[in-house]
Write a protein that binds this ligand. Structure first.
Ligand code: XIL
Length: 325
């Protein structure tokens, strides 16, 4: 095969990209068969303070482009502490209104939705994040988890609402939870990845509600970010819960490979793709942009192309991914 999407399709998975309307050049539909709006479906863009929708034009443009090019869409994202816009500090009732509106606005044109994003604390504590929407979490019996019927849990309640909407409207949209630094069973130094373990507990407890788990896969030199041999084992244990697993925002810092003109980075890409390929329920990989110059972390040169729109050039990492698929 000569494109990422064709090679991935043959291997039984999708290969996607994050995009904005300004980046919709022909390469998007040629190379990728899944599209995630990089910013245009976030509450900061589309939510009103009462949970209604506004400014959906960019999202529509992206969804239409995806349909025209036979690409799946991942909706990103509903319940998140960052880029929350008018939903900052919202009640669960308002979040539920937004969840219903967002799901029904695009219906089955969105194959996967990140209902909850980045719910877990940084610093590998395994706790829920202290920022919003933590205020919606209440450990009623003080046993250290939010899984009891008497507890209030924004994750459970948001997925419960989303599932109701999916069922009531006969949708096939799959409902995902997404996070970062959850990729390895261990973190750098070899100790347990408590953040991954906490995510695992959430998915295990709510597996009737959650269809898919996204590992963002922003690999960098953060101590909790690691491309290790146990990536595959971690993907596997989530898959064994019955959910699909996706690598949703993949980029790999070139620095991780000591600036060796990209060969180390290419090898890292190979490892990551292989780990997903080896697990049947790892059904898709999405890179977080086309070219390094357009990346949210441009200085780290973490993507598959150099150059810019109209003049993209394939890196060693691109060739490695294509070959590995
Ligand atoms: C980033 C976008 O790439 C940037 O353009 C924006 O300024 C900030 O958000 N985790 C996520 C993504 O879930 O939504 C973030 O995207 C990157 C980290």
């Amino acid at each position: 095969e000569t494109t990422l999407r064709a090679a991935a399709a043959k291997a039984g998975l999708f290969f996607g990209v994050a995009a904005s309307p300004g980046r919709l050049s022909s390469i998007v539909g040629q190379e990728f068969n899944q599209l995630t709006p990089e910013n245009d479906m976030k509450p900061s863009t589309i939510a009103t303070s009462s949970g209604g929708l506004q400014n959906t034009g960019n999202a529509d443009t992206l969804v239409n482009h995806a349909q025209t090019n036979s690409m799946l869409v991942r909706g990103h994202t509903m319940v998140w502490h960052s880029q929350a816009g008018a939903l900052q500090g919202a009640s669960q009732a308002t979040l539920n209104t937004f969840i219903g509106n967002a799901l029904t606005r695009w219906g089955n044109k969105v194959a996967y939705w990140d209902v909850v994003n980045e719910a877990l604390d940084d610093n590998n504590t395994g706790n829920r994040r202290t920022q919003w929407p933590h205020s919606l979490n209440r450990d009623a019996n003080g046993d250290g988890d939010l899984f009891d019927a008497t507890d209030t849990d924004v994750i459970r309640d948001s997925f419960t609402r989303a599932k109701q909407v999916v069922q009531a409207n006969g949708l096939t949209t799959k409902l995902c939870i997404n996070d970062y630094d959850v990729e390895g069973l261990t973190v750098r130094g070899g100790t347990a990845n408590r953040k991954a373990n906490a995510l695992y507990d959430i998915v295990r407890n709510y597996r009737q509600l959650i269809d898919c788990v996204g590992f963002q896969a922003h690999f960098n030199d953060n101590p909790n970010s690691i491309i290790s041999d146990d990536l595959q084992a971690n993907i596997q244990r989530f898959a064994d819960l019955g959910v699909e697993v996706h690598l949703t925002e993949l980029d790999i810092d070139d620095d991780l490979s000591n600036n060796d003109i990209g060969q180390g980075q290419a090898d890292n890409y190979r490892k990551v793709v292989r780990a997903c390929l080896n697990v049947a329920k790892c059904t898709g990989i999405t890179v977080w942009g086309i070219a390094d110059s357009e990346s949210w972390r441009a200085s780290e040169r973490g993507l598959l192309f150099t150059g810019s729109s109209g003049n993209y050039q394939k890196k060693a990492a691109y060739t490695a991914v294509l070959d590995e698929l």
